[in-house]
Design a protein around this ligand. Structure first.
Ligand SMILES: NC(=O)c1ccc[n+]([C@@H]2O[C@H](COP(=O)([O-])OP(=O)(O)OC[C@H]3O[C@@H](n4cnc5c(N)ncnc54)[C@H](OP(=O)(O)O)[C@@H]3O)[C@@H](O)[C@H]2O)c1
Length: 182
């Protein structure tokens, strides 16, 4: 779409994947960065127009410092917060005022009616290699708990999919389990 896109991931392997396979312009390992504000300034010297936030917490705080005037943040998830006893506070909220930022929650189920349109756009992109995806597949219902834990400890690489029945999948393509928080 012509955007300059930077990704954040928790291992060098994932950073390489973002840059070399998934087409990100740049990527960094958030676990290795000492100061996320410096990291974002390095990658976005002129600031960020759009943030698709799946992380929340310290990353969101650093993002707020680096948003451009009239920037937009779509809040899709806050995975850094789900396993904490108490959610972390966000300190840099004043930037919302000064920079006239727009923040909005995004819930995928609100947009299911657009799914056919999404497929019309996305399937040709996948066929043409413009969009690439990676799946981390495990088999059998018994692997679900480990697969769920894998969302939080960086052990998986790609979208986690648990195949519960290969025979059914042949005739019913929707019969795999996509593991997410929703
Ligand atoms: N709003 C909606 O409708 C909707 C629907 C589904 C999911 N979500 C949200 O979308 C996000 C992604 O979900 P997903 O199911 O697609 O999972 P995913 O991105 O396939 O897996 C979650 C990833 O989060 C990273 N992570 C874990 N702890 C982290 C932390 N403390 N800080 C930063 N990154 C961390 C891990 O990668 P690393 O190795 O890089 O740490 C992990 O691979 C989640 O926040 C989820 O709640 C929202």
């Amino acid at each position: 779409m012509g955007c300059y896109v930077v990704g954040s991931a928790g291992s060098q392997e994932k950073v390489d994947l973002l840059k070399n396979k998934l087409g990100f312009d740049a990527a960094f390992n958030y676990k290795e960065e000492k100061n996320l504000d410096d990291t974002l300034k390095r990658h976005f010297p002129e600031g960020i127009d759009i943030c698709f936030d799946n992380v929340g917490g310290k990353m969101l705080d650093a993002v707020l410092l680096n948003m451009k005037l009239n920037g937009r943040i779509a809040h899709c998830g806050m995975i850094s917060q789900y396993t904490l006893d108490e959610p972390e506070g966000i300190k840099n909220m004043m930037n919302i005022i000064y920079k006239r930022l727009r923040l909005e929650g995004f819930v995928v189920t609100d947009h299911y009616h657009l799914f056919p349109k999404f497929l019309d756009f996305m399937l040709p992109c996948i066929r043409e290699g413009k969009i690439v995806y990676v799946e981390d597949i495990s088999e059998a219902l018994e692997s679900c708990p480990a697969a769920l834990v894998g969302l939080f400890n960086s052990s998986k690489l790609g979208k986690k999919v648990v195949i519960v029945a290969t025979e059914l999948i042949t005739s019913q393509p929707n019969c795999s389990v996509l593991l997410g928080q929703y």
